[in-house]
Design a protein around this ligand. Structure first.
Ligand SMILES: C[S@@+](CC[C@H](N)C(=O)[O-])C[C@H]1O[C@@H](n2cnc3c(N)ncnc32)[C@H](O)[C@@H]1O
Length: 282
């Protein structure tokens, strides 16, 4: 929990029409542990409690007509300003929006490194553009699809940030070694039994040679990233060893089953087949 002798805390506020949705989601798992340990705090502000009419109205019709409603401006603005006062000075206001900048691991890291932020979860057709101009610092999208509301997206952002804070994960190396940690996708993982449905754990992982294991994992991470997310690989500086590992990985993938395709991570072609490992008996 301590970072250079200082305990780091991340203060998060969520403005949502569905407080119970967010409150329930953050109570479990890794984020729940971060809350229990006081490393993260999550405050929730419901615009409905700031609605002034007798029906507690929180939606309004869009100018120009068309389907759907918008979140009513005034209760929303008051909710944001109320929640923002609970945050450290300078904390950004982030509106979860399909039109926002794609949320990435790098952005999660930046937010986790800060003192806090406010997440605005939209509903209906969204929010009045002037409120975005007036009160929102940044729009964040969690993907190219449209959700019914920003609550799930808010929980995604909270989870991605909380797990990066010192003292939250049981094994701190996880956050460094998993996908995107070094700009690459993760390598394949295996647990017991050694052979399951005729698929055997790669020999290199059973051999106990740490250097070979590290080499194999690096090769798998490079190979998987090249196959699944070549766009990520373009942004990673590969050294000579990386380039060689990648070349071996590709050669092994291109080789017919059972054919040796050069020395891959020191253990033969069986270790190069990624997530479709075959037992040597095959
Ligand atoms: C039905 S959507 C509104 C969609 C909006 N009219 C549009 O076409 O962009 C309701 C709310 O869900 C949230 N939302 C939808 N898709 C999202 C995404 N991909 N990322 C983050 N939030 C999203 C936003 O808060 C949005 O205000």
């Amino acid at each position: 929990m301590s970072d250079g002798g200082r305990t780091r805390r991340l203060a998060i506020e969520v403005v949502t029409l569905f407080p119970e949705f967010v409150a329930g989601a953050v109570r479990v798992g890794v984020v729940g542990r971060a809350l229990e340990r006081g490393i993260v705090s999550v405050g929730i502000e419901d615009p409905r409690s700031h609605a002034t009419d007798v029906h507690r109205t929180v939606d309004d019709r869009p100018y120009g007509g068309g389907p759907g409603m918008l979140l009513a401006v005034e209760p929303l603005a008051t909710a944001i300003e109320t929640a923002r006062r609970r945050l450290p000075a300078g904390s950004p206001v982030l509106y979860l929006s399909a039109q926002g900048r794609p949320f990435t691991q790098a952005r999660a890291r930046q937010l986790a490194d800060g003192a806090g932020f406010l997440l605005l979860a939209g509903r209906y057709e969204g929010v009045d553009e002037r409120l975005i101009e007036e009160l929102v610092d940044e729009e964040l999208s969690i993907g190219d699809y449209v959700l019914s509301g920003g609550e799930l997206a808010a929980c995604v952002v909270i989870d991605a940030c909380a797990r990066l804070l010192p003292g939250v994960l049981l094994n701190e190396r996880s956050a460094v070694e998993e996908s995107f940690g070094a700009g690459l996708l993760d390598w394949p993982h295996y647990t017991r039994p050694e052979t399951w449905r005729e698929r055997t754990v790669p020999a290199v992982l059973r051999g106990g040679n740490h250097a070979d294991v590290a080499r194999w994992r690096r090769q798998q991470a490079l190979g998987r990233t090249a196959e699944r997310r070549p766009d990520l690989l373009d942004r990673v500086a590969l050294n000579d060893l990386d380039a060689r590992l990648l070349q071996e990985y590709r050669a092994a993938r291109a080789a017919p089953p059972g054919a040796a395709a050069g020395p891959a991570a020191g253990q033969g072609p069986e270790d190069n087949t990624g997530d479709r490992q075959r037992s040597p008996a095959d």
